[in-house]
Design a protein around this ligand. Sequence first.
Ligand code: SAM
Length: 279
Amino acid sequence: MDAKMILRMNAADHEISYANNSSFQKQVILKIRPIIEESITDAFKKIAPVCMKVADLGCSSGPNVFLAIWHILDTVHGICQQEQLKLPEFEVLLNDLPENDFNFVFKSIPGFYERLKKERGDMLQERCFIGGVAGSFYHRLFPTKSLHFVHSSYGIHWLSKVPVGLEDNKGNVYMARSSPPSVFKAYADQFQKDFTNFLSLRSEEIMPQGCMVLTCVGRKNPNPSKEIMVGICYPNPFLTWLWRLYIYLFISLYFLTTLSIIEAIKTMKTCFLWTIYMG
Ligand SMILES: C[S@@+](CC[C@H](N)C(=O)[O-])C[C@H]1O[C@@H](n2cnc3c(N)ncnc32)[C@H](O)[C@@H]1O
């Protein structure tokens, strides 16, 4: 069966739910808040839309869903107050795979509106419209040139399928010390294909001057078997010391509209090297 029809995080009412086990991912979103603010400020000032269209890809089901969205709304709200500009309306589209616990997401929306109203006032709350989009971000999800801002945290390292060529990965379910080089290459090749596809699709959907902030797991060491990967599937606050997190991807580029995909990939390689260097 197609992976996108099976994959999902445990639902919010599951004994071991993503909602109760995503504090590490929360820290990631908090850490990149300044990057989100900088990008959204830049995009908002350049485009000044009447309705700002924002998408969160791989939103999952849990408290993190609304964290980045809050940062985005709050930033634009702050700019408008400071510079006495008219507050735009916001269309916020939350995406995940079809099996995601969207019931939890939708049931949480009234609470989010309530908090917006209480902490930022009626004006912002009344201008915010949240909806869900079920589907894989490895396919088209939104109409052509319809989005101003795309955010995705901790999702794009999920591949679209099991890489081809893992037959020699005996006794392992992922890259391990004993995995032969062909296995590392198979994962890298699949990531390259998927990510190129992802960028190409988003380049259709994001409007000129729009931007995108992506965060995902990276590694400092070029040899994946030397790094501990335990936390990636089962994040646990007590294991965070094992983690080597590198927010290695920050894109607030206009490449989607102004550069070719090849140039974009070159730019990202530079970002990767920069964060590895900084790491
Ligand atoms: C680790 S969770 C991150 C959730 C949330 N963004 C956060 O930071 O807490 C990764 C999410 O990406 C979703 N995902 C994985 N592959 C996807 C795809 N191809 N299209 C859409 N969502 C996907 C998973 O279902 C999962 O909910």
